[in-house]
Design a protein around this ligand. Sequence first.
Ligand code: HEM
Length: 129
Amino acid sequence: MVGGPQRLSAPRGGMARRRREKAVLAPGHSPLDWARLKSSGKDLRGVQMLGRYTLADVKKHNTETDAWCVIRGKVYNITPYLDFHPGGKKDLMRVAGRDGTKLFMYTHSWVNVDALLDQCLVGILAPDA
Ligand code: HEM
């Protein structure tokens, strides 16, 4: 069986099905492992203090070794989370260097980003100058 009981009523075929494809995470990258890493005290932000960043600033961080994104006005360093994302690295990279709010809300609005990426927060989004 693919996935849990919620998938019994999942739509078949088309975008909706593709969107919920299961990614294979490397060993040691389960949600529990992520929770452990977050509470390990390791620096996951890569910045000394929280700041105000424009979209132009965020755009500079668009690689797999340095990926930032904006979700609902908050700027996150998603680099450490890439290998832990249940939807896979490739999908998460789609929001690297961008405001990913729309895509995020479209794929899984129920996910609590504030809690999940709290240790990856680098600042808040400021209007472009
Ligand atoms: C900062 C941004 C993101 C965070 C924190 C995040 C987090 C998560 C979490 C916690 C899950 C598991 C939740 C669940 O299955 O109910 C998940 C699943 C998923 N995510 Fe994301 N995500 C982000 C961005 C994206 C983007 C931009 C896409 C697509 C372009 C995406 C595609 C998926 C898919 C397809 C799954 C389903 C995997 C499965 O069913 O096993 N995610 N994500």
